[in-house]
Ligand binder design. Structure first.
Ligand code: GLN
Length: 473
């Protein structure tokens, strides 16, 4: 049996697998491995998990067939759960237990999923390597000296060593896709508005979506099916979102979206394209996109601006522990200084600067104009073809390698931020290995073309033969 969530779920429903045994096996695996990998910030208690497993079992005995029956799911610690602390990877929210569940969590529980624990991330999802977590970096199960990507690094690593069989990440500029590509897992950033953000601790609202992550295409599709759909609690959620699939696949590669990648990444992509052609899928080559060079600065300007406003609530009064100083102003400065990491504070400062009178036109307003140009161009190209690109221009870096050079760190996102700026769906899945390290590939489609991306992903998965893989397994 392949170690996919879908097959485990089927065996559980048929009564061939016991949920409690299965969940205890996961806890054992976590106990054995998580000290070195550090994928989790919190794990639910054995007693609670057993009780939940028994309840689901009873439901199945009485004829229920929930879509996620008993499956162990890990959830990025930026998604609110009322039964486990939600820290956003920050010291400022240490021990904070939200009074409600995010909509996506409610949906998972309704379908019989078992939330096994909350996963590590860069503080407030700001980063690409999970090194900016206040709870220590997550290590890549394929090579413990390397990062697992970020910011949903804990989610990706938990899947990749088998501690969870499905996971929820979030993706503001690549945070689900980048770690997927570094860990031989699958991640999908949905069309903006397809999945409710209610209960997602915000970093940059206009860019982000909660994103399913898995070890196979079928599993990814299953989790998306469970979490998508209109939610009146999220003002940006789209009512009656209609599928917009492609009648026939045409895959378009643009030299601008490959050129700066390292050799092994390029050759992985072109190899795959060649195999796609052999399968009879039409491919098209183009030289350039007019506005793509602006993607990174536009993305970071908008993300920092939104972050500076979103993070104002962590002042010690609304959220976080209040300092002892005599005035509110002093106390909140103290709280923020001692409980927010350096990268987060840098981003807040830059965001405040780009929004301030005198700078606003030059930075924030200019970035929103740039975003419009990029978006229009990308929407035009993806109208009749699916864009393909690497996920990251490089192989997973070593721990500590990029952390002191913000520009190099941000450059890792060069191919992923495009989909967030344009609001389109983007899928990352494994393409090949180089010296034992996974390499991913990305497909971007027009808004609401998720079903086409999934169909194409299933074809790619067959071509590569990489599916359901566990590191070292
Ligand atoms: N690396 C990007 C950033 O730091 C994206 C993070 C994300 O998608 N949450 O902004």
């Amino acid at each position: 049996m392949k170690l996919t969530a879908s097959s485990i779920r089927d065996e559980i429903i048929k009564g061939n697998m016991d949920i409690e045994d299965y969940i205890l096996g996961k806890l054992e695996l976590i106990r054995k491995n998580d000290k070195k990998i550090n994928a989790f910030i919190s794990i639910d208690s054995e007693g609670f998990l057993r009780e939940r497993a028994r309840n689901i079992k009873m439901g199945i005995r009485s004829g229920k067939k929930p879509m996620l029956a008993g499956i162990a799911i890990s959830i990025k610690d930026v998604i609110s759960t009322s039964f486990l602390p939600t820290t956003a990877g920050s010291k400022i929210l240490e021990g904070y237990i939200p009074p409600f569940n995010a909509t996506v969590v409610e949906k998972i529980l309704k379908e019989g999923g078992i939330v096994i624990g909350k996963t590590n991330l860069d503080e407030f999802a700001m980063g690409s390597t999970t090194e900016f977590s206040a709870y220590g970096p997550t290590r890549n199960p394929w090579d413990l000296e390397r990062v697992a990507g970020g910011s949903s690094g804990g989610s990706a690593a938990s899947l990749s060593y088998g501690a969870a069989d499905l996971s929820l990440g979030s993706d503001t500029g690549g945070s689900a896709r980048l770690p997927a590509s570094y860990t031989c897992t699958f991640g999908l950033k949905p069309t903006y508005g397809l999945v409710s953000r209610y209960g997602l601790i915000p970093y940059a609202n206009s860019l982000e979506q909660i994103s399913p992550m898995a070890r196979s295409m079928e599993d990814l599709a299953l989790l998306l099916k469970v979490i998508k759909g209109y939610d009146e609690k999220d003002a940006t959620s789209i009512p009656r979102a209609e599928e917009k699939s492609y009648e026939k696949f045409k895959v378009c590669v643009i030299e601008d979206l490959v050129r700066d990648s390292d050799r092994p990444i390029k050759s992985s992509l072109y190899n795959l394209l060649y195999k796609l052609e052999l399968e009879g899928i039409e491919t098209e080559y183009r030289e350039r996109l007019d506005y793509i060079n602006y993607a990174l600065p536009v993305y970071y300007t908008i993300a920092f601006a939104e972050a500076s406003s979103n993070l104002a609530r962590y002042d010690g009064k609304l959220y976080g522990k209040m300092g002892n100083s005599e005035t509110y102003k002093k106390a909140s400065i103290d709280t923020r200084k001692s409980n927010l990491g350096l990268e987060v504070r840098k981003r807040i400062l830059m965001g405040v600067l780009t929004l301030s009178e005198g700078f606003k036109n030059e930075y924030y307003i200019a970035a929103t104009k740039g975003r419009r140009l990029i978006r229009d161009e990308i929407l035009k190209v993806t109208k009749d073809c699916i864009l393909v690109s690497p996920v990251s221009p490089i192989l997973p870096p070593r721990i500590g390698e990029k952390i002191d050079d913000p520009l190099k760190l941000y450059a890792m996102d060069v191919y992923t931020v495009i989909a967030n700026l344009a609001g389109i769906p983007a899928l990352a899945l494994p393409s090949s290995f180089y010296n034992g390290l996974p390499i991913g590939v990305q497909f971007m489609g027009k808004p609401f073309s998720e079903s086409s991306l999934i169909r194409l992903g299933l074809i790619i998965e067959k071509i590569t033969g990489i599916s359901g893989v566990i590191a070292g397994g």
